[in-house]
Design a protein around this ligand. Sequence first.
Ligand code: HEC
Ligand code: HEC
Length: 484
Amino acid sequence: MRRSKLLVLVVGIALLLLACGDDASETAGDVETATPGPAAVRTPRTGGFGTAFDATERAFSLTARNINHYERQAFAEGKEVFEANWTPDGSLGFGGLGPNFDATACASCHHDDGRAAGPAGDGVLPTGLTVKLITDDPATINEYGRALSAFSENGDGEALVSVRYEEVAGSFDDGTPYSLRRPVYSVELYGDGSLPDETVIGVRIAPQLPGLGLLELVPDADIIALADPADLDGDGISGRLGAATDLLRGEPAVGRFGWNAEQPTVEQQSATALFNDMGLTSRYFPSADCDSWAPCVRVGQPLSTEYNVADYGDPNFGVQEPAGGEVTDRQLLDLAIYTQTLAVPAARDLGDPEVERGNELFAAIGCTSCHAGPFTTGTGPIQGLSKQVIQPYTDLLVHDMGLALGDQMLDGTPVATEWRTPPLWGIGLLETVSGHTTLLHDGRARDHEEAILWHDGEAAASAAAYRALPAADRAALIRFLESL
Ligand code: HEC
Ligand code: HEC
């Protein structure tokens, strides 16, 4: 992990000025005294000027506070598309669903823009968890595509995937015992197809969506500066760039989104969700064959580079269906702008001694090596997301987190899998918004502490340091996470 101390200092001072300069225009109570901590300068405004001060169940669903009139219009339209119930024949206004799908609406998995709950216990995976097929076998991809769908237009989908949990016992250094649950998956295919034993199945939970437009604008150079793939500084933490492809330009790109940082932009992630999760074609996936080895002819550029958001005044803008696509350019751009501009909820309880102690420990035991920041966003089409000082607590890099967190082959053999450091802003509000505290890529952790205890691989030293903390310090660190 390499980083310029000077940059941290400069950004820190900028944050301090930002927190103070704001005082006059905000209601009292919104802004806390900025206390420089070792982790980062403290401000509740982790999502820049667009940060929303609302810790209720709608905390993930507000627009960034500083977007303009046209962007608000796009947001409102996007919310409709996000919540729409798509059907095969369009009887409810939105058509083209299927033939295979996992859900009929974005909001079925990202309810209230929040995170789907992990499985409560053994049984069939609940909605909100998707099952990727990670394979190079052409026959498998031709038959099933890149994901196993739970439903099809005729009813049963491609497979029924279930989980069974095995308890894993451990203890803190002070002797206090704990118990984690390790998932073991089983796949029951419908129909007479079959899958080779070495097919890897990737179970992924739908994450919460605030702040994605800001993460999209973190300059590539700042992410590259944090990467240390060969671990040249010898701190045990490497961190690699997520490998993605910009589908429309056919070029490699820095991956940022998804649990493995495989998607470069919110727009492409949304088009992929429409296609993989709902069977809907668009400019990015103009035909159902895009899934197989058949070449997929894509025409055009990313929408955000083709359209000016001020076009939203024109009712005819982007409404023609692209060749072969079931989702119009306008609907896709609506969805992208909606998810880009969901506001980050403000951090809470700054100045509380236990929370501040937790913040110090978070840096002291190395959590900030990966859950990094602050960053200053670059410039994009949405002005309110540009040049914002943000504290997302992620380096947007992928890390080896140990074999126990890896995906599994069909026969249960674990495979090494690298995970993107998830942003932690808003994480303390999951219970309020989504009604649960299940964490990690497959929802196996039942609370914040279990998520930390699963950290291994590059994060092994950090997790060991957590296990060595006295109980009061462990509680302070958890309080800090709950304040985000
Ligand atoms: C069947 C459940 C499901 C549906 C329906 C669904 N998603 Fe997702 N969403 C997921 C999962 C699972 C992930 C994580 C994907 C991964 O890591 O590969 C995800 C990830 C995302 C992300 C990236 C978030 C991040 O932090 O990296 C965005 C943006 C997103 N979805 C938007 C949408 C939109 C827009 C729709 C509707 C078109 C949609 N999703 C429909 C399950 C779903
Ligand atoms: C080597 C990089 C690294 C270090 C160091 C690290 N983390 Fe993580 N953290 C990750 C990654 C990657 C994940 C996602 C793993 C997964 O989903 O399987 C994660 C997940 C989490 C989650 C769950 C987030 C979610 O959205 O589900 C929490 C909470 C968390 N880390 C807190 C911490 C704390 C506290 C520390 C310090 C004790 C720490 N992390 C140290 C990389 C790191």
